[in-house]
Design a protein. Structure first.
Length: 348
């Protein structure tokens, strides 16, 4: 069993022990669920009320919480509590699943496919003609890799992922279960004679160090490419339409959607259930609040919220007006009552 003392943890995270440095920890857990041989953390004052009731033996805290009553706990004061906790979680984390090298039973690999060194191709996976798979990549059970697709080195393609034909994936990419890369973009022509499909002849390109969450989709371009640039992180159930460009280091949170031919510049954050209109540009560093939707292009470092999204200051001002009007209305009623009272006095 893995274990660390509070003192050893403090050395790892460069923190300061308040309490018993010899206290032994054998695991990690949330502040509510932790028991006396487990480490937890409180990085936000919102959770400090749970600290006194917690059974955690050792707690990582920020400087502001260091003076709180310890109730027999040992504290480790850290500059960055979240980062410190993540470092210790790595130590206690169980070993990742083992993926034996080679083609597993039931997998189908085309003769023309080029498979790198130490590649795992899981049971019932399909690797089509002229596919290229780089070294140390894992193709999970039941996944499909379409013809002429290229996948780089050190990628993890989880079970039941679909990568359609001619897609290009870089190195160190993680695709979680249910991801679909390269399905047709949603393109149709509406005429008097009916609705006709527009051919989607482009590709999807995903650059290095991208991670895409479960059941998210990235559509094939109508022409050219749908492009996810390096170090983008995508949550579960995100929809990225055809010919979209997502700039490097952007973060797309659960159930957000990006319409066709929109471009997100570097470092954009889309919160949960937000949306981006098609054929617009979202400036670098922009943050879009949850359930908001951007209807038109916006400059870099915008902070937007609402439907349609507007700058934070304008949104807050406009939404404060009804409350202000309510106060003015109440004041007006009071004044009217005072005037009525004065009129009554004058008539006497």
């Amino acid at each position: 069993m893995k274990q660390l003392t509070a003192g050893e943890i403090a050395d790892i995270v460069k923190g300061e022990v308040i309490g018993d440095a010899s206290r032994v920890i054998t695991g990690v857990n949330s502040i509510k669920e932790a028991v006396n041989d487990q480490l937890s953390f409180v990085g936000n004052d919102h959770y400090k009320t749970q600290l006194a009731d917690s059974s955690a033996g050792v707690v990582l805290v920020n400087r502001g919480l260091a003076s709180e009553p310890t109730s027999g706990k040992t504290f480790i004061v850290c500059e960055n509590v979240d980062a410190a906790f993540s470092e210790i979680v790595k130590y206690f984390a169980p070993a990742p699943p083992a993926y034996p090298e080679g083609i597993q039973p039931g997998a189908i690999v085309a003769d023309s496919a080029k498979i790198g060194a130490r590649v795992h191709i899981g049971a019932n996976a399909v690797v089509a003609e002229d596919v290229v798979i780089g070294d140390d990549t894992i193709i999970g059970a039941g996944s499909y890799v379409g013809e002429k697709t290229v996948i780089g080195n050190h990628c993890l393609i989880s079970p039941n992922v679909t990568i359609m034909h001619r897609c290009k994936l870089g190195n160190n990419i993680i695709l979680h279960p249910g991801v679909i890369i390269g399905g047709d973009g949603f393109g149709f022509q509406i005429t008097d004679r009916g609705i006709f499909k527009i051919p989607q002849t482009g590709i999807v390109q995903i650059d290095d160090n991208v991670e895409i969450g479960a059941n998210s989709t990235v559509d094939r371009a109508r022409f050219g490419r749908t492009w996810i640039k390096h170090d983008v992180k995508v949550d579960n159930m995100v929809m990225i339409a055809h010919n979209v460009i997502v700039g490097e280091y952007s973060i797309l949170i659960a159930q957000c959607g990006i319409a066709g031919s929109a471009e997100l510049e570097q470092g954009v954050i889309l919160a949960a259930q937000s949306g981006v209109n098609g054929h617009i540009t979202v400036g670098a560093g922009t943050k879009l609040a949850a359930t908001s939707a951007i209807a038109k292009s916006c400059p870099p470092k915008s902070v937007l919220l609402g439907l349609p999204a507007e700058p934070q200051r304008e949104f807050m001002t406009r939404h404060a007006m009804p409350r202000k009007f309510e106060r003015l209305s109440n004041r007006l009623k009071d004044l009217e009552a005072e005037i009525a009272s004065l009129k009554a006095e004058l008539k006497k």
